[in-house]
Ligand binder design. Structure first.
Ligand SMILES: [Zn+2]
Length: 333
């Protein structure tokens, strides 16, 4: 940890102090120990030592699980957006924490870090004209299959140079990038007049972070480089030439379920977590006793899911939810 205490806050410039002195990857078993630093003034946090853009390809291709793509599951998921009361269902599940649901029919939308392309499929069915950017080359197969326009690379490549966007979406992306200010600046130059940027990312001021402390799933070391809160992100946005149009906190119920599973595990540096990599026991042929237990368990899981949903919607309403959804507009047009 030598030298790290001299770092200053990206948001406000105040000195940083150690917050968690030793933390490692408890999802995918990437070896190495990191620390979390906290700003002494605004509570902004960073992972140290920091990564550079050059570190990312090896890290993500070696340790981030890119499973075989299940096209049937992806298509079924995309059809959820067309079900009656889809918006209400998303509200209860906490899955409306994603910026692309703000797109309006006829908008031109760029999704940076589009991953499985689910957001692009959903937007296309909403009558939105959409483009994606994704660093993972595996995503090309998805884009090709569904005729989606996805640039494999990053925003600094200036993809689709002739298009200006009404909405640019970064769903759970800004916390991964080594230089959030550079990302916000690059994105701003791609907006059409009246355009907005919608970002979703974990909230270090959340109830869940305080409750789960070092086992909070959204530390996600070392992939999450920056741990923002509402105030620190607003400062960074202002510094890069934006106004904050709206801020909400939303907690996906799935995050709470994963959090409960993770909390039961013994964490071990360099070992992938069963909660994140899938349960090996589940693929074994179940005994009758296990089948009965599974039925009982799935009922209690459903009841627990309902309680988790009610709890999360209440916490979100208090502004203490686990994901921030922020909408920015340029301040200097
Ligand atoms: Zn600060």
């Amino acid at each position: 940890m030598s030298g790290t205490s001299q770092q200053t806050c990206l948001a406000c410039g105040a000195p940083m102090r150690p917050f968690i002195s030793q933390i490692s990857d408890d999802r995918y078993g990437c070896p190495g120990t990191y620390a979390i630093l906290e700003c002494t003034r605004c509570g902004h946090m960073t992972t140290t030592p920091p990564l550079t853009e050059a570190d990312l390809p090896a890290l993500y291709s070696n340790y981030y699980p890119r499973r075989e793509i299940d096209f049937t599951a992806l298509e079924a998921e995309a059809r959820q957006a067309e079900r009656p009361n889809a918006g209400l269902r998303r509200w209860f599940a906490g899955t409306d924490n994603q910026g692309h649901y703000m797109a309006r029919p006829g908008d031109k939308v760029l999704d940076i870090g589009c991953g499985s392309c689910l957001s692009l499929l959903e937007m296309r069915s909403m009558g939105v004209e959409c483009w994606g950017v994704e660093a993972d080359p595996n995503v090309k197969a998805i884009a090709d299959r569904y005729g989606l326009t996805v640039h494999i690379g990053n925003i600094y490549d200036v993809p689709f140079p002739d298009v200006k966007f009404d909405l640019i979406v970064l769903n759970q992306v800004i916390e991964h990038v080594p230089d959030p200010k550079a990302m916000l600046t690059a994105v701003k130059s791609r907006l059409a007049p009246g355009g907005r940027v919608a970002l979703a990312f974990p909230n270090n001021g959340s109830f869940h972070r305080k409750m789960w402390k070092e086992r909070w799933i959204n530390w996600h070391i070392p992939y999450h480089q920056t741990h923002f809160n509402k105030a620190s992100f607003s400062r960074i946005a202002a510094d890069t030439g934006y106004n904050v149009q709206s801020v909400r906190t939303i907690t996906p119920n799935l995050w709470s379920v994963l959090q409960l599973r993770v909390a039961r595990e013994q964490k071990k540096e360099g070992v992938a977590s069963a909660a994140w990599s899938g349960d090996a026991a589940a693929s074994a042929k179940p005994s009758l006793a296990r089948k009965i237990r599974n039925v009982l368990a799935s009922r209690s899981v459903r009841a627990a899911g309902m309680l988790i949903g009610i709890g999360n919607r209440f916490i979100d309403a208090m502004g203490k939810g686990d994901s921030l959804l922020v909408v920015l507009t340029p301040s200097n047009r």
